[in-house]
Design a protein around this ligand. Structure first.
Ligand SMILES: O=P(O)(O)OC[C@H]1O[C@H](OP(=O)(O)OP(=O)(O)O)[C@H](O)[C@@H]1O
Ligand SMILES: Nc1ncnc2[nH]cnc12
Length: 175
């Protein structure tokens, strides 16, 4: 978890949007945080400091990209996109999974990672854990090690951690 001060700052900059994208979902909108450069910088620094010894950062489309790229730059390693199905131009590995509000397929380029890579997966929100579990599976299909998952916010009531018992998880705030 982040320091108390950073947690308060993050919580104050995440907007709750009821019934988006469908009734019953309380959507956590991170756009106010992204628009606050001091808070955004503090989030990126905290994620990078917790990363450990990794050789690549994998960012999850779409909001994960906004965090993964600056974290990778802060760590001095490359960033690899995991994209929704059909968006990557070259050969891919694919995984289909359930979301809090639907199902999705994500993909990674087959040549993006290699054996020996220690990979930090970065996303904005950990909810049911389906996306992160699918991403970890793509990393392992690529022959690399899923070294950890770093998220800005964890929705603990959805028990995403229970699906990710083999992945160290770092969360800046939990609600
Ligand atoms: O833990 P889970 O239940 O899998 O949910 C978390 C995922 O859901 C959201 O992505 P979404 O698929 O809405 O995509 P977006 O970032 O493109 O909006 C969020 O950015 C995470 O990637
Ligand atoms: N409630 C939520 N808010 C934002 N992103 C999410 N991803 C899955 N559930 C979410």
């Amino acid at each position: 978890m982040a320091s108390q001060g950073l947690q308060q700052s993050i919580l104050g900059l995440i907007r709750d949007v009821p019934d988006y994208p469908k009734p019953g979902v309380l959507f956590k909108d991170i756009t106010p945080l992204l628009d606050d450069s001091a808070a955004f910088q503090a989030v990126v620094t905290a994620m990078a400091e917790a990363a450990g010894d990794v050789t690549k950062v994998v960012g999850l489309e779409a909001r994960g990209f906004l965090l993964a790229a600056p974290v990778a730059l802060a760590l001095g390693v490359g960033v690899v996109p995991v994209r929704k199905s059909g968006k990557l131009p070259s050969e891919t590995y694919a995984e289909t999974y359930d979301l809090e509000y639907g199902t999705a397929t994500i993909e990674i380029h087959r040549d993006a990672l290699r054996p020996g890579d220690r990979v930090l997966i970065v996303d904005d929100v950990l909810a049911t854990g389906g996306t992160a579990a699918a991403a970890a599976s793509l990393v392992r299909k690529s022959g690399a090690e899923a070294a950890g998952l770093s998220v800005l916010m964890e929705l603990t009531f959805l028990d995403g951690r229970d699906r990710l018992t083999d992945l160290p998880i770092h969360t800046l705030v939990a609600v």
